[in-house]
Design a protein around this ligand. Structure first.
Ligand code: ZN
Length: 185
């Protein structure tokens, strides 16, 4: 429902929020709520200048990915309950960022191709092979559904390079927690 989508707005969930470490649950109903969620996820992704977003990154423990490698509306891709059934091709390196790790980038190695089975927002089955940039985005976002994060795949050198920024994120999270528990008292 368009009205619901307009009312729904998501904030980004940042590292080290615990939900980012959970395995996400399958979507069970392809209904208006799901459509509104998908629309709001695209809105958040575009507003944050991302090319992909997983539901746990907006605080939802659900297996939903949205992505768009080009910014053209026609290239919007929704993957609900995705499974990567195969990965292949040469390993490639790419400087990845993540909306849950603002300002942090790291060279991550991934295979070039992946085959995915999933559903679109209407519940239609999708089975496709992807390569290049789209495949990379899918593999990154799929990690989020398994609780795997950029920081887990970083080389020790990149971890060192990003140490201060990572510490800053942890510090911001802890002070937010402190404020929340103070407010509850
Ligand atoms: Zn990410």
């Amino acid at each position: 429902m368009a009205i619901m989508a307009a009312e729904l707005h998501f904030d980004l969930t940042l590292y080290p929020e615990p939900i980012l470490r959970k395995q996400a649950d399958p979507v069970t109903a392809f209904d208006a709520d799901l459509k509104a969620t998908i629309a709001a996820m695209f809105e958040r992704m575009v507003a944050s200048k991302g090319v992909g977003l997983a539901a746990p990154q907006v605080g939802l423990k659900l297996r939903i990915l949205v992505l768009n490698p080009t910014g053209e509306k026609a290239d919007d891709l929704v993957l609900v309950n995705p499974t990567i059934t195969a990965r292949g091709g040469p390993d490639t390196m790419f400087d990845e960022g993540c909306l849950s790790f603002p300002g942090i980038y790291a060279e991550i190695k991934r295979p070039d191709r992946c085959t995915v089975t999933a559903f679109d927002g209407d519940g239609n089955k999708i089975e496709r092979e992807f390569d290049g940039f789209v495949s990379r985005i899918i593999q990154h976002e799929y990690d989020h559904l398994e609780g795997v994060l950029l920081v887990d795949r970083m080389s020790p050198a990149d971890k060192l390079k990003n140490r201060a920024a990572l510490d800053e994120l942890v510090g911001a999270y802890l002070s937010k927690q402190k404020k929340q528990s103070a407010a509850q008292r």
